[in-house]
Ligand binder design. Structure first.
Ligand SMILES: [Zn+2]
Ligand SMILES: [Zn+2]
Length: 335
């Protein structure tokens, strides 16, 4: 591999990404080199570029919702070969030996490395990844629609499993993850109650379109008590709000990697065996299960696409809450 590739580079948190030419990734042992066709922008990318998640690799190529074609593989890679379409998720590497790795919870690995955080990601024309952590992707979806499944879909899926059997399910924050989870939840026979920013009637209409039985502002109480809720918005004040909306025995899952401080709340709203928990990262097993489901369900994935060089525009649109569904970057030279 020779020559250079275009990437959008984070040099310093708090600064906009800058276009840069990097040397072409080499197919190191165990790795696959991919030509990137699409890379989703996740809210986590905002938390990294804003410095809310500390100690990223610098300079850094963000992006952990990568869809690409394998152009070269390193020694020892047998899972994939040239021409395969694969996805690269947030979990980029685990140690395999720590307590968590040994007990089926590699998402909590003490030494995990994450794509687009500790490892260069997909805001680039090419990238490389440890082949053991890449996923084969289902047919029936084009590249830009597969990208949001790699994190929004996967974390949404893990959150849905964490919320348990909840038949009446609240989703707080109706963005990339919720618009996918709502469809999986419906497929499983659940009723979805969608909470958006107050006054976001467009977001509420979008939620109803995707099958929510009710949609309203996050300060509104649901029309009936919920059995469980998932909070996707990074707003700590939603924790007591969601606990109040959930009936006895219900679970509230915080799905984001970062949240503003949670205000104090009376014990009474947790009492009655309500459960409050977070969901962190993903396991490869989550990915296998979720992509099997995505083959079966054929999700509607709403995306807006931007050229790679407009990554800063995409980040700002996400920050401002202007994105309906997900925003996906497309490197130049791709049809
Ligand atoms: Zn993400
Ligand atoms: Zn480990």
């Amino acid at each position: 591999m020779t020559g250079t590739i275009l990437a959008m580079l984070l040099e310093e948190p708090g600064q906009p990404l800058k276009p840069a030419l990097l040397s072409h990734p080499e197919p190191l042992k165990g790795e696959a080199v991919l030509r990137v066709h699409a890379c989703g922008i996740c809210r986590t990318d905002l938390h990294i570029s804003d410095g809310e998640l500390t100690n990223p690799k610098l300079p850094l190529v963000l992006g952990h919702e990568i869809v690409g074609t394998v152009v070269a593989v390193g020694v020892g890679v047998e899972r994939f070969s040239e021409g395969d379409r694969v996805g690269v998720p947030w979990l980029g590497w685990t140690c395999g030996t720590c307590h968590y790795c040994q007990t089926g919870r590699e998402n909590l690995c003490d030494h995990a490395r994450f794509t687009g955080y500790n490892l260069n990601g997909g805001y680039a024309g090419y990238t490389s990844a440890d082949a053991r952590f890449c996923f084969p992707l289902p047919g029936g979806y084009d590249d830009v629609r597969l990208a949001p499944l790699l994190c929004a879909g996967l974390i949404g899926y893990r959150s849905l499993r964490a919320v348990g059997e909840a038949e009446r399910l609240g989703l707080y924050g109706f963005g990339a993850a919720a618009h996918l989870v709502a469809q999986v939840a419906r497929f499983e026979g659940r009723q979805v109650f969608a909470f958006t920013r107050d006054g976001d009637h467009e977001g509420q209409a979008f939620a109803r379109e995707l099958g929510a039985v009710w949609a309203g502002g996050s300060t509104e109480p649901p029309p009936e008590p919920l059995d469980g809720a998932i909070i996707f918005a990074p707003a700590g004040q939603l924790v007591p709000t969601a606990l109040r909306a959930v009936r006895k025995g219900g679970t509230v899952v915080c799905a984001g990697i970062h949240m503003s401080p949670i205000p104090a709340f009376p014990y009474q709203i947790l009492w009655g065996e309500r459960v409050l928990r977070s969901v962190a990262n993903l396991t490869r097993r989550d990915g296998e299960e979720f992509f099997r489901l995505a083959r079966q369900v054929q999700l509607r994935v709403d995306v807006e696409t931007l050229p790679l060089t407009d990554a800063n525009v995409g980040l700002e649109r996400l920050r401002a809450g202007l994105v309906k569904g997900a925003v996906v970057l497309v490197p130049p030279g791709d049809p």
